[in-house]
Ligand binder design. Structure first.
Ligand SMILES: [Zn+2]
Ligand SMILES: [Zn+2]
Length: 311
């Protein structure tokens, strides 16, 4: 099971109920934090200070990254020991390092900052995070989280059929490795396995105009977390400021066969966001509005379960 927790559903201007952007994916002992807006420290603390952790920043606008010093400070005060990795656009590396050195953050643990380029930036045994460029103002990324079972069930009868000698080669194939046979043939694990269990995919758009890189990442995603700063009424503003409307986000979800669309980063001019979700549902019915502290559990069969906080 993978859990997505909305720590902050706000846009550039936070409100009493909606913090700056911060989205937490929890999976197998990991906390993966996507964007780290101001005050993310209070929201993330209940989810575990001493879990393994990595932070991924979409771009260098203040609403998406001013929370980094606070998180480092908070975790340091809580006595965190485990190291932490921060993946951020290159322009931010200096900012984070200066914050660390001048205000003595993260003294109980090591926080290492890496520059992000498009491609896989982080991988563990069965999940990975890929960055892709989006169209905002300046360099900006979206992220794709993928959980993939490494192999399906190994089928010995298939291996026999293909005249693969039993022994080491069989166990390497069962572990998901490609093997070369003496006769020059190459055999891939999928040639001798049942199809792997369907993987799970969560895509975060960051701040962006609708663009092909988001479409490509969002193809068949179980969850698309997409910004929807405006409604169609303000589509000119969306184009001018590098954001999307609710209709545009919903159209992408529909084109890309997405399971669940979560709309976030909507302007406070729309107050509780009802007008945003109403517009989106016309184009993609399985859409919900992000609310702070809403949790979405994504099960291995791709089904989702949403828990919304009461207040
Ligand atoms: Zn923003
Ligand atoms: Zn921005």
């Amino acid at each position: 099971m993978v859990e997505l927790v909305i720590l902050g559903s706000g846009g550039s201007i936070p409100t009493l109920k909606r913090n700056h952007p911060a989205y937490l994916i929890r999976h197998e002992g990991w906390n993966l934090l996507f964007d780290c807006g101001e005050d993310a420290q209070r929201r993330i603390e209940p989810y575990g200070n001493n879990r393994k952790m990595a932070i991924f920043i979409s771009h260098n606008h203040a609403d998406h990254m001013l929370g980094i010093p606070g998180v480092l400070l908070r975790f340091s005060l809580l006595g965190r020991i485990k190291p932490m990795s921060i993946y951020a656009p290159a322009e931010l590396i200096e900012f984070i390092k200066v914050a660390q050195s001048t205000i003595h953050l993260g003294t109980t643990f090591e926080a290492t900052v890496y520059g992000v380029e498009p491609g896989v930036v982080f991988s563990e045994k069965d999940f990975s995070v890929r960055a892709f460029e989006v169209e905002h103002r300046g360099k900006a990324f979206g992220y794709e989280f993928t959980y993939q079972k490494p192999t399906g069930t190994f089928l010995p009868e298939k291996a026999k059929e293909l005249n693969i000698p039993k022994g080491k080669l069989w166990s390497r194939l069962a572990k998901g490795e490609n093997v070369h046979l003496e006769d020059g043939r190459q055999v891939r694990p999928e040639d001798v396995s049942l199809h792997p269990e369907k993987g799970l995919k969560i895509v975060y758009s960051g701040d962006t105009r609708p663009c092909d890189n988001v479409r490509e990442a969002a193809k068949d995603a179980d969850i698309l977390l997409h910004e929807a700063m405006y409604t169609e009424e303000h589509s000119e503003l969306a184009a001018e400021r590098g954001h999307s409307t609710a209709k545009e986000a919903a159209t992408i979800a529909s084109e890309c066969n997405v399971g669940l669309l979560i709309l976030t980063h909507y302007s406070p001019r729309y107050e509780d966001g009802e007008v945003i979700i109403r517009e989106a549902k016309k184009y993609f019915p399985n859409a919900v509005l992000a609310r702070d502290l809403m949790s979405v559990k994504l099960n291995h069969d791709g089904n989702t379960e949403i828990v919304t906080p009461k207040n």
